[in-house]
Ligand binder design. Structure first.
Ligand code: ASP
Length: 600
């Protein structure tokens, strides 16, 4: 190799020895006579000292070096002179006195300084991703990702799982998103779809008798990009035969606790993982991916307010809706502007707003409350008795702020979920040193797609209904529960799976409920129904989003930070410039005519 050591391996044990290092010039400081170079490689940074009195040749090269030049240097490991140590660097008391320097590659001035502390516009970072990835933080993220995947492989291998890779050019396998399509040259007018997940293939592997499958799988979903979504992402995909919900959940609990313990020994894992039924999660937290690191639970206060003359509440209650509330401790002194901000947050979820009740006097218990201490647009319609009951049910005291949302459950859940997260953040209730995992179970099998006036799968169409709910498919499909479970971590959904349907008849019934005609079912999913007719084992599985999980392990706010070459928020790859136009010749071969009008 062109080097004998990595930068970070140069330590006191090597004092007096000659080493050869290679890497990038992170920083160069010219002290007229002495030149100092911070040399960066994959492991970290070490200081080089170049003294013209020792090696004039090396000094001459040292004086032309610029940031990001790639160099090879040979020199002696020495202690830095007293008073020049850098306690911020692991190698901060050591330097290498350069004797020979070779420039391996020159560099233009980079578009941004390669340093973790410098904020750079994300699109510029993505355009020059190979420079961005030179930063220590980004390197650490890539290595963490590697360690997570390595742990997954090792663990699943030890449990008897077999990694099987499945094709990328397939037929649509629905997960509720739009497909990415690939035109066929050989079959004019026909398209492959990229897998939204390997769902159908892993089920076919169960029919094939593989019994324990996993894959680090790429999935493709043509959705609008958000901070924690990408057009293509990576899943740990798992499927097992002869299992029930508990088997899959227990396996996942052991795997994820093991990963966190090995990669983030500094955090506390809440064990065993919490289990919450979907309905309870929605009732208490307004979300099927609740952050359980803090309380601020939602309470139903409809009964307390029934009979009120306050218009908003009255109308909602008479229309069959509910009033639900959370308490923001110590926020009773919120200014008009702060309350307005909370209104904005509630409205951004589609709610009409939130009714705020500010309790003035800090520390006053519900018994001692008087109406003068209560401020709210609803105050003149409320009696002190009602306020006291609200305060009691919410566990509030004087000095707190009550936030009440009125409407259908969908509306109040969305608003209070967002307000709950906002208040936890403002009140610094979110403890970054806790990993609180939670399985959400007992999901409804279907939800009503109001826009298209039909049922849609809560998970995907291959999820089995609960045994006892099968009769409901005939006359009350909305009442049926699926054998579906999600894994949530600190407010993020990081895995989802289910026990599957393995009987052709039941699978057809479910497709019919999803408003597919029999012809469509045969055409799109005939292969699955046929496979089930040749002896399918009961089976189930799960898939975990690796990007999102690694994001949480790395304490990053976006999955783009843990994906080596992500798309930007416009679904573009800025390093390669994808998507891009292709030649007329290519289009012709693919039998495609572009509608020029759509090109901007
Ligand atoms: N295929 C599902 C998904 O991608 C996971 C599963 O059901 O195993 O969400």
């Amino acid at each position: 190799m062109l080097k004998t050591h990595n930068a970070a391996d140069v330590d006191r044990n090597l004092l007096g020895q000659s080493v050869t290092l290679a890497g990038w010039v992170d920083r160069r400081r010219d002290h007229g006579n002495l030149i100092f170079i911070d040399l960066r490689d994959v492991s970290g940074i070490i200081q080089l000292a170049i003294n013209p009195e020792i090696k004039p040749d090396a000094h001459q090269i040292g004086s032309v070096l610029r940031n990001e030049f790639v160099i090879q240097v040979t020199g002696k490991v020495s202690l830095r002179p007293e008073g020049t140590q850098n306690p911020k660097l692991p190698t901060g008391d050591i330097e290498v006195i350069a004797e020979e320097i070779k420039i391996l590659s020159k560099a233009k001035t980079p578009p941004f300084y390669i340093n973790d502390e410098v904020e750079v516009d994300e699109n510029i970072r993505l355009r020059y991703r190979y420079l961005d990835l030179r930063r220590q933080r980004m390197k650490r993220n890539i290595v963490t990702r590697h360690k997570v995947i390595r742990y997954m492989r090792g663990f699943l291998d030890s449990q008897g799982f077999v990694e099987v890779d499945t094709p990328i050019l397939i037929k649509s396998t629905p997960e509720g998103a739009r497909d990415y399509l690939v035109p066929s040259r050989i079959h004019p007018g026909k398209f492959y779809a990229l897998p939204q997940s390997p769902q159908q293939m892993k089920q076919l592997l169960m029919v094939a008798g593989v019994e324990k499958y996993y894959q680090i799988a790429k999935c493709f979903r043509d959705e609008d990009t958000r901070a924690d979504r990408q057009p293509e992402f990576t899943q740990l995909d798992i499927e097992m035969s002869f299992v029930e919900e508990e088997d899959v959940m227990n396996l996942v609990e052991e795997l994820f606790s093991g990963i966190v313990a090995s990669i983030r020994p500094d955090v506390d894992i809440v064990a065993p993982f919490t289990r919450l039924a979907y309905a309870e999660a929605m009732e208490r937290f307004g979300s099927d991916k609740p952050d359980l690191r803090y309380g601020l639970e939602i309470k139903d206060v409809t009964d307390i307010l029934s009979g009120t003359d306050f218009g908003i509440f009255k109308n909602v209650i008479s229309a069959g809706g509910r009033i639900r509330a959370i308490v923001a401790p110590g926020c009773g002194n919120y200014s008009r502007r702060e309350l307005e901000e909370l209104q904005g947050i509630a409205r951004s979820t589609g709610a009409g707003g939130v009714v705020t009740i500010s309790l003035d006097k800090p520390g006053v218990s519900s018994d001692e409350l008087v109406m003068e201490d209560v401020h709210s647009i609803a105050a003149k319609y409320l009696q002190i008795g009602q306020i006291k009951q609200l305060v009691e049910i919410l566990g509030a005291v004087g000095g707190d702020l009550l936030l009440l949302a009125a409407g259908d459950d969908d509306v109040t859940s969305a608003a209070l979920d967002k307000l709950r997260r906002e208040m936890a953040h403002r009140l610094k209730l979110v403890n970054d040193n806790i990993f609180h995992f939670c399985f959400i179970t007992d999901f409804p099998l279907f939800y009503r797609d109001v826009e298209h006036n039909r049922w849609d799968s809560m998970h995907h169409p291959f999820t089995s209904p609960r045994e006892e709910d099968k009769p409901l498919l005939a006359d009350n499909p909305g009442g049926a529960h699926g054998r579906h479970y999600d894994l949530v971590l600190n407010g993020y959904e990081i895995a989802g799976g289910s026990i599957r349907i393995h009987e052709a008849d039941l699978q057809r019934t479910v497709f019919q409920l999803l408003a597919y005609t029999n012809e469509q079912i045969d055409e799109r999913f005939g292969h699955m129904l046929e496979a089930f007719s040749y002896g399918a084992p009961p089976h189930g599985g799960i898939a975990a989003g690796i990007d999102r999980f690694v994001m949480l392990l790395c304490e990053e706010a976006s999955i783009r930070e843990v994906i080596p070459f992500p798309k930007n928020q416009n679904a573009q790859d800025l390093t390669f410039g994808a998507p891009d136009f292709v030649t007329d010749e290519q289009l012709e071969e693919l039998h495609i005519i572009i509608n020029d009008k759509e090109i901007t």
